[in-house]
Design a protein around this ligand. Structure first.
Ligand code: AMP
Ligand code: MG
Length: 324
């Protein structure tokens, strides 16, 4: 049963508690309703993908109650500080490099070295973020392939029974999604047009390159630019391993194979959601540790293609694809 919470002191406290406990809570922002989970808790982030029924992992936006907190987790240059000052709280998302000590789960950023951060411009959302006291990952609160919800009713239509609660703060005012601006390169790039006009950003920081229309990779247009930047391990990956060679590092799932030089267990219990929550940590660890012990390849054991297993398989297939 999904609880419907009012946007009063009691409802907010309950919603914040659920989030801190790793449960999923949908909440209204000025753009659309977001499906929130603790971005620092990989299991909660995996549960977001599961509830949405996404066939692949795409990077989520981490939400914060204040610019100072958001920019502390990323490498913020002068441009980032200026646009943050001008447009936050508001419908603008900034993509910046993660800081080494960034506590946001790698899964939230789909394993990327970058992180999308935003301070939403809705008083109820801001209060919830303050009370939760942890960054909240929140894609739009709809099943994959459905349109973004702008009322609590829309959220329930798609996700009732799949999430712990929805905090009802009434209809969203903007109804279009946030503008996504990539500030990782010398030239800012518009990844998605949205609630903040590009001309207003340009007036502040100069010319912005129009990037590929992004959309959700799982929900329509694919962005080759974005997908190309997805994390790929440096070591080549061999799929569906049922044995392991002595020059291989092993990404194991369930009962491990004997003889691996080094191995990372995704889920000893054979749980795909747990495996999803550990996938990007595993790939990164095997890359580093594998190189250290002289492994020349990562052998990945098969993961059943049910639920999040599909998204894991998608990610591993792309990691195993020939590199150009
Ligand atoms: P939504 O969560 O539905 O509002 O969509 C979030 C948008 O931000 C999607 O288009 C994502 O692909 C994009 N996004 C999130 N994180 C990143 C990132 N690290 N790099 C590039 N784009 C991102
Ligand atoms: Mg969406």
């Amino acid at each position: 049963m999904t609880e419907v919470l009012n946007a009063d002191g009691h409802g907010l406290a309950r919603a914040a508690r659920l989030l801190r406990d790793g449960a999923l809570v949908a909440f209204g922002t000025e753009t659309v309703y977001g499906l929130g989970g603790d971005a620092g808790n990989a299991a909660a982030v995996a549960a977001i993908f599961q509830a949405k029924g996404r066939p692949r992992f795409n990077p989520l936006i981490a939400h914060y109650p204040a610019a100072g907190e958001a920019l502390r987790h990323v490498e913020a240059d002068d441009r980032a500080v200026r646009v943050a000052r001008r447009f936050w709280p508001g419908p603008l998302t900034l993509v910046l490099r993660r800081r080494a000590d960034c506590p946001v789960a790698l899964l939230a950023g789909a394993g990327l070295d970058t992180l999308a951060v935003r301070v939403p411009g809705h008083p109820v959302a801001l209060e919830l973020l303050r009370l939760a006291a942890t960054p909240i990952a929140a894609p739009s609160a709809n099943r994959s392939g459905a349109v973004s919800p702008t009322t609590a009713r829309h959220v329930l239509d798609g996700l009732s029974g799949r999430i712990a609660a929805v905090l009802d703060s009434g209809p969203c005012a903007v109804g279009v999604e946030s503008t996504v601006l990539d500030l990782t390169g010398e030239r800012p790039v518009l990844l998605r047009p949205g609630g903040v006009a590009i001309e207003d950003i340009e007036a502040l920081i100069g010319p912005v390159r129009r990037g590929m229309p992004l959309g959700d990779p799982g929900e329509g247009v694919r962005s080759p630019g974005l997908l190309a930047s997805h994390y790929a391990p440096a070591l080549p990956v061999r799929l569906d391993a049922v044995s392991v060679a002595d020059d291989e590092a092993l990404l194991s799932f369930g009962l491990p194979l004997p003889g691996a030089r080094c191995q990372f267990q995704l889920s000893a219990a054979g749980n795909v959601a747990e495996a999803a929550s550990r996938l990007f940590d595993g790939l990164r660890w095997l890359d580093a540790e594998g190189a250290r012990v002289g492994a020349r390849r990562i052998a990945a054991m098969p993961v059943p293609e049910t639920g999040l297993g599909l998204a894991i398989a998608d990610r591993l297939q792309r990691a195993a694809a020939p590199r150009g």
